[in-house]
Write a protein that binds this ligand. Structure first.
Ligand SMILES: [Zn+2]
Length: 327
């Protein structure tokens, strides 16, 4: 039986997690393809962009389709790129915690490379059964040894959590002196990303910028070492800008994503283009008009071009951050 998401998912207005401000400007509204509910994306004066009203934490699991992680291709090259970011440490000092470890693929990969790797997640996403290296539950309140880990990683997780500040605070406590925190988050300051419908709202609740990341780190006893703008871990494209330009800038219509999104890209949803390319093309050809496909084609070209420019000017849509706990 279909779930009645409007009954099940409750939301409330929230203040900004970074600066506490309650005054925010609406950027766009988006109807979610999983729940069918409309969510609003706002911008705070500190630079944080977030879903507001925001779904309660208890409803979080309902926001994800059942195949949310299964559908992503887990490729060795992705893990290789992640491992390359880890510092070189003597054998006895390679204690790694992966926050939001999902199915645990990365910690198993890191363990093979000689790391004493553990993970945490709020939910069992499968493949974790019997894995004693994965703790399940609410990370900020978990009983975990403090000042213990030499490296903490968090790949595309902080944008999903209700209160990123509680995660930064906990990570600051768990790292030992000079420990390294490596994470990826969406960068909403990259060209076109603030207006793009391509953000996975409301799975993505908070969108960061290099300066808000820096402010979080500073607040919780860490300092920024490097930000990579290369898309080697996750990629991001600002799709939807062509229709946005027409509907919102020229026709002065309300910024509603279902009107200005790239319809072909929307058909991909959470699925990977590399895995489902054939199915996707079929679906596009059978459900969209030639005019829509032509507009989407132009929009794809614009999005891909802007993403490449973003790398060149070092302001990419997903940033990989390397930070260090202050001694
Ligand atoms: Zn703020």
């Amino acid at each position: 039986m279909a779930k009645n998401f409007s009954e099940l998912i409750k939301s409330e207005y929230t203040d900004c997690d970074l600066c506490g401000s309650t005054s925010h400007e609406l950027i766009y509204s988006k109807v979610d393809h999983v729940t069918g509910l409309e969510f609003h994306v706002v911008k705070c004066e500190c630079g944080m962009v977030f879903v507001n009203p925001m779904p309660f934490e208890e409803c979080a699991r309902l926001l994800y389709p059942s195949d949310y992680l299964n559908e992503k291709p887990y490729l060795g090259s992705l893990f290789k790129n992640m491992l390359r970011l880890l510092p070189r440490l003597p054998e006895g000092d390679r204690r790694l915690l992966d926050v939001g470890c999902g199915t645990g693929h990365f910690i198993r990969y890191a363990a093979k490379a000689g790391w004493d790797a553990e993970g945490v997640d709020f939910e069992d996403w499968g493949s974790t059964e019997g894995d004693t290296k994965i703790r399940l539950g609410n990370f900020p309140s978990m009983d975990i040894p403090e000042q213990y880990y030499s490296v903490i990683t968090s790949w595309a997780v902080l944008e999903h959590v209700r209160r990123p500040s509680l995660f930064f605070e906990k990570i600051g406590k768990l790292l030992h002196k000079n420990g390294t925190f490596i994470f990826t988050v969406p960068n909403v300051e990259a060209p076109g990303m603030r207006l793009s419908c391509d953000e996975d709202v409301p799975r993505h609740l908070w969108l960061f910028t290099p300066s808000t990341v820096k402010a979080y780190l500073c607040k919780y006893g860490m300092e920024l070492e490097t930000i990579f703008h290369n898309g080697k871990i996750y990629r991001s494209y600002p799709f939807g800008l062509v229709r946005y330009g027409w509907h919102v800038s020229i026709k002065r219509a309300d910024p509603i994503c279902s009107v200005y999104q790239n319809k072909s890209v929307a058909l991909l949803r959470n699925r990977s283009m590399t895995v489902h390319f054939g199915n996707w093309i079929q679906e596009v050809m059978s459900s969209l008009s030639l005019w829509d496909i032509a507009v989407d084609g132009v929009d794809l070209a614009v999005g891909i071009m802007l993403a490449n420019v973003s790398k060149l000017i070092r302001n990419y849509g997903v940033i990989t951050v390397v930070a260090r706990k202050k001694s």
